[in-house]
Each structure stands twice: as C-alpha cells, then as structure tokens.
Design a binder for this molecule. Structure first.
Ligand SMILES: Cc1cc2nc3c(=O)[nH]c(=O)nc-3n(C[C@H](O)[C@H](O)[C@H](O)COP(=O)(O)OP(=O)(O)OC[C@H]3O[C@@H](n4cnc5c(N)ncnc54)[C@H](O)[C@@H]3O)c2cc1C
Ligand code: SF4
Length: 554
C-alpha cells in the first residue's frame, strides 16, 4: 500500500520519539512558546490525552500554532508519582458526576484520568489494534454500527503509532495479522499460568501487545517489572503521551497549558463557526481566541462540554441539532476471574499487561450472541485484590486469610464488547461542580447480548485457570474503557462528527478522542484513539491546503 509505505518511511526517519519524559519535559517547558490570549491561534485542543496529545504533536510538526489546554496538572513522574496503590489517587478524574440507568457504571479510578498525558498516564499499557470487522458490525453481524471509515484507513496509522510508543509483542494472528516493532517481554508467574492453562484448554494466547519498552528506547530505560503501571510508571518504561508525544509537540512549538479547565467552546452565531474557548485557571476565567477548536476531553467530558456550550443558534448544544450528543456511550464488560494455585504465583511481580488472547473476539455463528471478548492478564495489587475478595461477600477473618494467601493467586480479565445503545448517554445534571457548571449525568443499561457475553467470558477464564491447575476460582464484575458519546457517522442523524472528525453543523469544531468511536470491539481502545488522532491531523492538514479544513461538516 503506497500510503502505508510513505507513512512508515516518515515514521522511521522522523517520528521516533526517544526521550526521558520528565527531564525532557522540564527543559522543553522552560523554552515553551507562549501565545497571547488575543492571538488567534490556528487550533485550540481541549485535553492532552491519547487523542489530544497526538493531534497537538502532529499539527505542531506541520507548523500550526497550537495551544493545548488540560484541566489537570503537568505531571512530573519523579516528583508526583509514587509506587503505591493508595498514594496514586491524584491521577484520577474525581470531579463529581452522576450515574444512573439499570446498570450504573462507577466512575473514577478505573475509567478516566486527568492531567497532561490523560488517562494513559495510569492505563495498563495494552495496545491491541481493532479488527477489520469492528468497522462494519451492522453489515456483518446485524448489531452495533458501521463506521464511515474502514480498517484500511487506519492501518498505516496503527503501524506508525506502534513504532512511536513503541509496542512489544509476538506476531499477532488475529484480526489483520501483523507483527510488532519490539520483541515480546519475558513473562511472570501470572503470564505463565495463562499460557499454560490456555495451552491445556486448546485456546491460543500470545505475549503482548504492550506499549512498554523491552530494552532501552532512546533515553527511556527498559521495564523493571515492578508492576505499578496503573499507578503511573515512575521510570518512564510504559508509554503515555506525557513521555512520547507531548515532548515532541513542545519541541515543535506547541503550547501546553496545564490546570486550565475549558468551560465553554465559543461560537459566532451569525457565522456558525467557533471563535475560541473560555477556560478556568486558579479561579480566574480566560478566553483564548482560535480559528478552530478540537475537543478531546474523554467520553464523559467531551459530550458535557458540547452540551455546556449551547448558544442562541445552537440551543441544545454544539453538534446536537439531531439529538446525538452524549448518545451511544459504551463501556466494556470487564469481569476478572482469579484462581488459586498450590505454588506461589506472585502476580504483582510484573506489569499487569503481559499475555492476551483474541480467540473469542469475533461472532461465533454457533452461539446465540453476537460479537465477543478478549482475555488478558490483569494482576491486581493488594487493595484491588481486597476489593475482589470483598465482592464475594468475605469479611473479617476470612478476608484476612485471603489477603495472607495473595501470593498464591493468578488473575485474568476479559473485555466484552457491549453494544452501542442510543439511551446509554450523557446529559447535563441539575447538580453543579466547584466551578458552578452542571455536571454530567451518565445513564447506562446492559442488553441481553451483553449479559450473554459476560457469562461466556467468565466461563472461558475459569476454564483456562482450572486447566492450569487452579483449585478455587472467583470472579468479580467490573466495567472498563468508556468510549462513544460523540460518535463518527456518515450523516448528522446518526452521529456528531463526520469521517474527518468535523462536528456536523459547526464550522471549525472537531472532536478527536475516544468519544468518536461508533463501536468498541473487545480491544483496549488507546491505540485506536491515537491512530484516529494521527489520521484526523492528516485530514486537517490536507483540508487546510484545499481550504476546506475549517468548514462545517454537513
Ligand atoms: C485504569 C485504566 C486502565 C486502562 N488501561 C488501558 C489499556 O491497558 N489499554 C488501552 O488501550 N486503554 C486503557 N485505558 C483507557 C485509555 O487510557 C483511554 O481510553 C484513553 O486514554 C482515552 O483517550 P481520550 O483522548 O479519549 O481521553 P484521555 O486520555 O482521558 O484524555 C482526556 C484529557 O482531557 C482532559 N480534560 C477533560 N475535560 C477537560 C476540560 N473541560 N478542559 C480541559 N481539559 C479537559 C483530562 O484532564 C484528560 O487529560 C485505561 C484507562 C484507565 C483509567
Ligand atoms: S512494570 Fe514496567 S512499565 Fe509497569 S510501572 Fe514497572 S517499570 Fe513501568
């Protein structure tokens, strides 16, 4: 593929991003370019996470004047992070939100982050691609939705981001078979249990794919296998935009303003186009002028901001003329099953992401349900392990006994593809936050297909653990990975943005984060969000050349 080869060549020559995270950021921040509030910059990006940071980096490299605003701090891993479960709560988005529906989804530590780097600062590090089927589930399986783009549109961007993070793993046989730029990591006790049990059960499992350096990468050291990936990797072995794309964005002239909570996207009602944003920094309100705005605040905060930015011309919020903002928000069902072994496993002595299987990813025509699930090692640390035990109803001396027995347990997690549903949505609540802004209300209910997937996924994990020799198994029900809420579609009646991430009906407004996903597969989403952002940047750059970049999608 010609485009793919060109992207690979560009990636190999210029876009490898070796750096040592915190130290590089210190130096670059001292020299960071600063724009006046009255300057009309080319683009304001709201949120420096998976989508926002990649978009900022790409456009800065293309010479655009970009200001990226993030509500949270500019993290310094040396200073701010600790290798301790309890001490890491500052990494999470814990501003108030309301939840409801038949299956309310608890929000906070497990599903969103704040600050420069976004949720990937404390994500696990799994970086699988979506399968080609994920882009056309409506046509292929009669459920979910078809995307307005196909897997082939994203393939070169997947390869580029995998090289930039970089990703380590075995040759991948599922979906679109592909290899990874770095070889797989050695596995620990938990990974060994998975591989052993899967082999005995006739299930195929592979090592990876993880965005964790296997060997030194530039100035980043190799992983030291201490297992604190979900607490923010203090040594910078695990990739996140904070240590990959943000330093490169700064080096190419982007301005990143931390502690800047965007409260409103500003629109000129007469012209029907964006003019900038207002944001709050240490209690004061500021206004940044811009020719274009890209919202990348994560699946809850992005629809909330679009709704909060209502005007006379757009009384129901921006991009919401067809009542689509906030709808089709998805979570993956994420049950975790633990098994007890006579020998010590010591699952904490490695990164939680090590081994995975996508054998059950696709629809099996022999089953009554559609779509599927993936299985991965998860390795909870002690507090999360205690929650797992308490969820079984154990307390007091029994709980203490399970905690003492911690070294003997191995834990697997599944990601089940819950289907997009119109009523699973974000709206504005009557409660307000500390800035006086209405908080998000997130309503969520599972459908029959979701329930069937959960039961099948649990059975597959129990089978693997028992085949590996577990004498006791126990499962906790969880959710993971919010996506959707401002989805991509061919028509404004079906979504909020077009295939180029332009918001329908509002010129100069874009959404470039996980909100735009129409389906979620059973893959972890960060790599896909970054690949989409890299593609969106190319579309913007091409649009600017043709004069179409900042026109409204219709
Ligand atoms: C515990 C955990 C484990 C995970 N593990 C994995 C994994 O192994 N693999 C994987 O692929 N994915 C994983 N994820 C999910 C992944 O991190 C997210 O899907 C991804 O980061 C979402 O990208 P995003 O750009 O949509 O939002 P984010 O990366 O969350 O970025 C949004 C940013 O916007 C900022 N923001 C929000 N509102 C505003 C506002 N109004 N003004 C200014 N800034 C704002 C936030 O501070 C944040 O920095 C995990 C997530 C969590 C929480
Ligand atoms: S296990 Fe490796 S990637 Fe995870 S926190 Fe430790 S050094 Fe970082």
């Amino acid at each position: 593929m010609k485009g793919e080869a060109a992207l690979r060549a560009r990636n190999e020559s210029a876009w490898l991003l070796p750096n040592d995270g915190s130290r590089t950021n210190h130096r670059l921040r001292e020299d960071m370019r600063h724009h006046d509030l009255d300057d009309e910059v080319d683009l304001v990006v709201v949120g420096a996470g998976a989508g926002g940071a990649v978009l900022t980096q790409r456009l800065a490299r293309a010479g655009w004047r970009v200001v990226c605003l993030d509500a949270g701090p500019f993290w310094d891993p040396d200073r701010d992070w600790v290798s301790d479960e309890r001490g890491s709560h500052g990494l999470y988005w814990t501003e108030p939100r309301q939840i409801g529906g038949a299956h309310p989804v608890p929000l906070g530590s497990n599903n969103s982050g704040r600050g420069v780097g976004g949720s990937m600062v404390h994500y696990a590090g799994y970086t699988p691609r979506f399968h080609p089927s994920d882009f056309r589930t409506r046509t292929a399986d009669g459920v979910g939705a078809d995307w307005p783009i196909s897997y082939a549109h994203l393939r070169p961007y997947y390869a580029a981001i995998e090289a930039e993070l970089p990703v380590a793993g075995e040759a991948w046989p599922w979906g679109d078979p592909h290899g990874y730029p770095h070889s797989p990591h050695p596995v620990s006790g938990n990974g060994d249990v998975f591989l052993r049990g899967a082999r005995a059960a006739g299930i195929e499992a592979r090592v990876g794919p993880v965005a964790i350096t296997n060997g030194r990468f530039g100035n980043r050291p190799h992983c030291i296998y201490r297992g604190f990936c979900l607490q923010g990797c203090k040594v910078n072995a695990k990739a996140s935009p904070l240590i990959t794309h943000v330093p490169d964005a700064l080096a190419h002239g982007a301005e990143i303003r931390a502690d800047s909570h965007v409260s409103r996207v500003l629109v000129d009602d007469e012209a029907g186009r964006v003019t900038g944003v207002t944001y709050l920094n240490r209690g004061r309100e500021y206004r940044q002028r811009a020719r274009a705005v890209a919202v990348a605040g994560y699946s809850i905060e992005t629809p909330r901001l679009l709704l909060l930015s209502a005007t006379r011309r757009f009384p129901d919020g921006l991009g919401n003329d067809c009542d689509q903002v906030g709808r089709y928000l998805m979570v993956q069902g994420a049950p975790q099953t633990a098994g007890r072994f006579d020998e010590e496993v010591r699952m904490y002595k490695a990164p939680p992401p090590e081994v995975s299987s996508e054998q059950f990813y696709e629809t099996d025509p022999a089953k009554p349900y559609k779509r599927g699930w993936s299985i991965q090692t998860v390795s909870p640390l002690p507090i999360t392990w205690a929650e797992h035990v308490v969820a079984q109803g154990h307390w007091g001396s029994v709980l203490r006994e399970y905690m003492r027995d911690y070294a003997h347990w191995a834990t697997l997690g599944s990601l089940c593809e819950f289907l997009p549903q119109s009523d699973n949505r974000v709206t504005l609540a009557d409660e307000t936050d500390r800035h006086g802004l209405p908080v998000a209300h997130f309503s969520y209910s599972q459908c029959d297909n979701d329930e069937q997937l959960l039961a099948a996924a649990q059975a597959s994990m129990e089978e693997i653990l028992r085949a590996a020799g577990a004498r006791e198994v126990m499962t906790v029900q969880r959710f993971a990975h919010l996506v959707g809420g401002a989805r991509m579609a061919a028509r404004p009646e079906d979504g909020v943005v077009d295939a180029d991430h332009r918001v329908f009906g509002v010129a100069g407004l874009h959404v470039v984060d996980g909100s735009t996903l129409p389906t979620q597969g059973s893959a972890n989403p960060a790599l896909t969000i970054m690949a989409l952002a890299a593609r969106a940047a190319d579309r913007l750059i091409a649009g600017a050349r043709s004069g179409l970049a900042h026109q409204a999608a219709s």
